[in-house]
Ligand binder design. Sequence first.
Ligand SMILES: Cc1cc2nc3c(=O)[nH]c(=O)nc-3n(C[C@H](O)[C@H](O)[C@H](O)COP(=O)(O)OP(=O)(O)OC[C@H]3O[C@@H](n4cnc5c(N)ncnc54)[C@H](O)[C@@H]3O)c2cc1C
Length: 450
Amino acid sequence: MATEHRFNGPVKLEVKLEVKLEVKPEVKPEVKPEFQIIGGGLIGLSTAYALLKRGVSVRIIEAREGVALETSFANAGMVHASLADPWNGPGVGRQMLGSLFGRPSPMTLRLSALPSMAGWGLKFLKYSTPARHWRATTANYKLAEYSSSLIHQWRKELSAKDSREDMGLIKIFRDGTTFAKAKALTDKLQLLGLKAECLSADSAAEKEPCLAPIADNIVGAIYYPDDYKADAYTFCQALESEIIKLGGEVLTGVTAKSLLSEQGKVIGVRTKTTDLLARTTIIAGGALSTDLLRPFGKPLPLRPVKGYSLTFENIVGSNGPKLPVVDDNLHCAVTPLGQSIRIAGTAEISGFNSSRQLKRLTPLLDMLRNIYPRLAQDLSISDGKVWHGFRPVSADGVPFVGKLKPGLAINTGHGHMGWTMSAGSGEMLADILLDVPAKLDEQPFSLTRH
Ligand SMILES: Cc1cc2nc3c(=O)[nH]c(=O)nc-3n(C[C@H](O)[C@H](O)[C@H](O)COP(=O)(O)OP(=O)(O)OC[C@H]3O[C@@H](n4cnc5c(N)ncnc54)[C@H](O)[C@@H]3O)c2cc1C
């Protein structure tokens, strides 16, 4: 049996939507902070840290027994502004439809998810036109680029031991068409400031010598020197410690069941045992953010897109691979993190389906075999730690960061970019909430864009 991380899939949060409860829980006004954040993942923690640094009071409310045990736990560990393009690129509709009939596709759509897809799914397709997709890519890139350097600064402040190595990231290509498409996108992103280098297969093997055995199988590669690898969960733990040091409150094992409002203003949340009040409540609940917002108007165009990771510990020696490698076609990545190697990817639209399917893990191990055959030769899935998480994917692939209504703000929808965009999104929301001119244009991230 494969050993499993502490994370066993999302708990059933059972966010009941009824606003009227028979017994009114006890209210403790004396502990009312200025801001309270629903969700202690990468985004909630980053928002809390950005706010606390400005001297305001913050409380985090997290349903799990600790912070960052949902989607921020064992992701691919890459901070990658180079991958800013949303997954609903032109042609995605055809691919998703094909996946219903068993055709291989980077995004797999499950029949069972179709009924819940109606509004989001149509918008997801609507935003896949070249012009709209490029607009979304531009917004994401700017936030990702800003965020990547901020994470660097925060790491130093936090003394985070997150196995970061600034070596860049490499994308490899096995066919000319995909390579040409990726080069065209990279050329456009270079105009926005992305640094990139196109490589022959031999030069790719020089950058990462462990790629030498497969050099004959690849047509080329693109190297992104400013991307880097680092473990998101360790970073989250460092953030939590610093948040507590700065006087922030972190409540774990507490589920926000509904929002409380008075005269059109959100005043806090109701939990099983008490009402928790704050001047502003921020929703940073990842893929679960939709539940709390449902009674407040239009549904949030956000859906969970499931992904897996497989981590093999203590297998990377001093001559082992160093660079994270991405296979763009498959939305898969192989990241060496310290002495471990993590293969992460797959994108499945199947709602909050927590079952673990062996057939989803096999392509991950196959990918390791196709990239680092020597390292993978004696490994089987049962030697690895299996994890899955639900990426919060917005209909246009751009996160929601901003005020929603009096007393209520949002920071979610970061999809495959949540680690990369974490610090930047937290900082941007802190600017918005404290009326400081933001360093980035906020409009592309506002909910009103839909
Ligand atoms: C396989 C995979 C690989 C990935 N690789 C990368 C990568 O390399 N680089 C990158 O940038 N991104 C990557 N991502 C994406 C990234 O991990 C996510 O975007 C990010 O973790 C989302 O963070 P979050 O804080 O929004 O959500 P989460 O981490 O899910 O946190 C939300 C928290 O809110 C809590 N919550 C929800 N509702 C309530 C409630 N009502 N009351 C109390 N608590 C609540 C949940 O318990 C949860 O802990 C990857 C994702 C996957 C699945």
